[in-house]
Write a new protein. Structure first.
Lengths: 462, 249
């Protein structure tokens, strides 16, 4: 399946040229001269300075990008508007992120090793029995993780600027830099901040779902979900149940196209839900989620209410000139699970690596082609993951019968093993073909049974 | 907007709420009863009210026991759980024991009456759809529909529809065979051995399997578009490459 997907991408990019194939020399050459197609190896060597890159946004994507850039000799500016920002977030990171990004274990508040999936009719299934002792889903506080990655970038030589990016002037020709306009804060509370400008050669937009960098390059819009979450401090004896367990509630009452959750955080739980299509009813869904978890969070106090948009798919344009988008700004959130932290950090790192390679460690100017390499690599590596999760969402989040079937399927050990393996290590691994066949048959069986029950339900009038 | 007031009453630091210019909550008036109290209880009570209103006129075989909730002491702003202001009907059934259907109670002539099990589960799900319940750890639901054997499902759901479709197919088939025979003189056996006719037959079978109602055509078209929609969204960034300069592979 991956090779098929690959073909479709490469086919797409070459098709305009293939059509012009007979006239390739005649037509393409003048265009080449106008648009500067050459790869970075022929682009001018920078004299007296290294490549300057600004990373807008200091979350996981920005922090990872800035660290990689600074470590490899690029002059890096990391612009973050709120250094103590508590981004509203589920806060789950897969196991591979800890290893790949050398995260210290004290960043992780909790290691979730059990999950409970609860269907619309409250059929509860425990998943996690297939996890090995060293495997877990890490729950982090965003303010802790973001600060750690930023500080590490700073230690490697990046300049962290506390400022709010306002707008950017695009260069009129290849030699000119990008001019960023931002408001710098000096750390005093309530300070108005000073307007400043910064000239850089390339920009990485890591400023999240409402990205201003994306607006500056006309990247286009995407569909987004609203995730709404309440932090609830529950009594200690109830907290024991959530020691290393997270819950997922599915059902039309909780969300028409997503799920409701109870995730344990450092000393409280986060109860939330999300939706794309019925944003106006989000409060109703939240109440329903709380109702479903009522027995387990009884007596708790709401200490915080937060909400944030979550992109549903990548923006139509993820790069333009020497500006690239990463993380939520690009729209790299998976369907079905809504996971974004790992992909943000990984895309930041990948983009930075492409810049390093194209500029030969900051000594040459880069061009759009080098940044396209990052997009290529990203799409090739993670497209199967995104597609599989999209298919799962389309099949299993459609309706209540589909969700019932989903929860039934999750009781199967093979499903649990495949799910966790692909989640924890971010690789879509083809499993045992015989088991896959059994799984397919069981899935169809579950779906058929649930839909048959649904037809019976429709005949009833309670 | 009234939503902002309610939300602010929950969260002590108002700065934690993100700017609402990005999205707006269309707040339904029903949630704010008549009371002006900006407390959690108004929302809770109205939600329970809606729930109770739906389940009250239930006419089912079993008698749902109504659980009286006592008025508890008022909690401070932001408390999660309310002593229910209105009574909530929980799903109860003599045959529903320990989170699953007690198959021994479904015996008919010494064998389990699977149809009754299916009916009971459908009723339970319908009940819960109308008034969702809290999922509690004390009495977890562990019923799995795969406990009902495959032939029970087939007998109940597949066979009647299959009979209908096959009956229609047989009637149309007989008529078409007669028509073709009278028009072209080709008998039934010769019709079946013709490649064109075999293709038509295949198309007819597939068509009947996929399209049973007129709406199915639209559904199928939408499904087809859906399967490739996500791919198109991902490939959008590659579409504009020709405008910004061609790149060799």
């Amino acid at each position: 399946m991956a090779s098929m997907a690959l073909k479709s991408f490469t086919g797409l990019r070459q098709s305009p040229q293939e059509q012009q194939h007979p006239h390739f020399i005649a037509q393409a050459l003048p265009r080449q001269q106008k648009f500067r197609v050459s790869a970075a190896k022929t682009s001018p060597k920078l004299t007296n300075r290294n490549l300057r890159v600004a990373v807008i946004g200091g979350g996981p994507a920005g922090g990872a990008a800035a660290e990689t850039l600074a470590k490899n000799g690029v002059e890096t500016f990391l612009i973050e508007r709120k250094l103590d920002n508590c981004k509203p977030c589920g806060g789950a990171i897969p196991l591979c992120m800890v290893g790949e990004f050398d995260l210290p274990l004290d960043i992780i508040d909790r290691k979730v090793t059990k999950m409970k999936m609860i269907s619309p009719s409250n059929v509860a299934v425990d998943i996690g029995q297939t996890l090995k002792p060293h495997e877990y889903i890490g729950m982090v506080r965003r303010e802790v993780l973001d600060a750690y990655l930023r500080e590490r970038a700073e230690k490697n030589g990046a300049s962290v600027i506390n400022g709010l990016f306002m707008k950017m002037d695009l260069p009129r020709n290849f030699e000119q830099p990008y001019v960023l306009y931002y408001t710098e804060y000096d750390g005093t509370k309530g300070g108005v901040g000073e307007k400043r400008t910064l000239e850089v050669d390339a920009v990485i937009g890591a400023d999240g779902a409402n990205s201003r960098v994306a607006k500056s390059i006309n990247a286009g819009d995407y569909d987004y979900a609203i995730a709404f979450q309440e932090r609830v401090k529950i009594p200690d004896e109830k907290m024991v149940y959530y020691e290393n367990l997270a819950e997922m509630y599915v059902g039309d009452d909780v969300s028409p196209d997503f799920y409701g959750w109870v995730f344990p955080k450092c000393d409280h739980v986060a109860v939330g839900t999300g939706t794309v299509t019925h944003k106006g009813d989000i409060k109703k869904f939240q109440l329903a989620t709380r109702n479903r978890a009522k027995d387990k969070i009884l007596g708790g106090k709401i200490i915080r209410v937060e909400a944030h948009p979550i992109p549903e798919h990548p923006r139509p344009r993820r790069l333009s000139g020497r500006v690239a988008l990463v993380g939520d700004a690009a729209g790299y959130v998976t369907k079905c699970s809504g996971e974004g932290i790992y992909f943000a950090a990984k895309s930041g790192r990948m983009c930075a690596e492409a810049i390093i390679e194209g500029s030969e460690n900051g000594t040459r100017m880069i061009d759009e082609g080098d940044l396209r390499k990052y997009l290529e690599k990203w799409d090739k590596t993670y497209w199967p993951t995104y597609k599989v999760l999209d298919v799962l969402q389309k099949v299993f989040y459609r309706s209540n019968p589909a969700r019932e079937a989903f929860v039934e399927m999750c009781a199967d050990e093979y499903v649990q093993k495949m799910t966790f393996d692909s989640y924890l290590y971010k690789k879509v691994v083809p499993g045992n073909p015989l088991e896959d066949l059994k799984l397919a048959v069981n899935t169809i069986g579950s779906l058929v049974r649930a839909n048959a029950l649904r037809r019976e339900m429709d005949k009833l009038t309670i | 907007m009234s939503t902002s007031i309610d939300l602010l009453s929950f969260s002590p630091p108002p700065s934690s709420m993100l700017s609402r210019t990005q999205f707006s909550f269309t707040h339904k008036p029903t949630f704010l009863l008549s009371s002006k109290k900006e407390s959690f209880f108004t929302l809770r009570a109205s939600a329970a009210d809606n729930g109770a209103g739906v389940s009250a006129p239930a006419v089912t075989v079993e008698e749902p026991k109504v659980r009286e909730a006592s008025e508890g002491p008022t909690e401070s702003n932001g408390a999660v759980e309310a002593p229910e202001v209105k009574a909530v009907n929980k799903f109860e059934d003599p045959k529903w024991v320990n989170g699953t259907w007690d198959l021994k109670q479904f015996q008919k002539n010494g064998q389990t009456d699977w149809d009754a099990v299916i009916d009971a589960e459908a009723r339970r799900r319908k009940w819960l759809e109308n008034s969702p319940e809290s999922s509690s750890n004390d009495d977890p639901v562990i019923f799995d529909t795969s406990i009902v054997p495959w032939w029970a499902w087939i007998k109940r759901f597949h066979l009647p529809e299959a009979e209908l479709l096959n009956g229609r197919a047989a009637m149309i088939g007989f008529f078409m065979a007669y028509l073709v025979d009278s028009l072209t003189g080709v008998g039934l056996v010769d019709q079946m051995s013709n490649f064109f006719c075999k293709t038509l037959l295949f198309v007819a079978v597939v068509g009947v399997l996929l399209i049973r109602k007129n709406e199915d055509i639209e559904t199928l078209k939408k499904l087809l578009e859906e399967t490739t929609f996500y791919d198109k969204q991902w490939q959008a960034t590659w579409q504009d490459e020709t405008t910004s300069g061609a790149k060799k592979e």
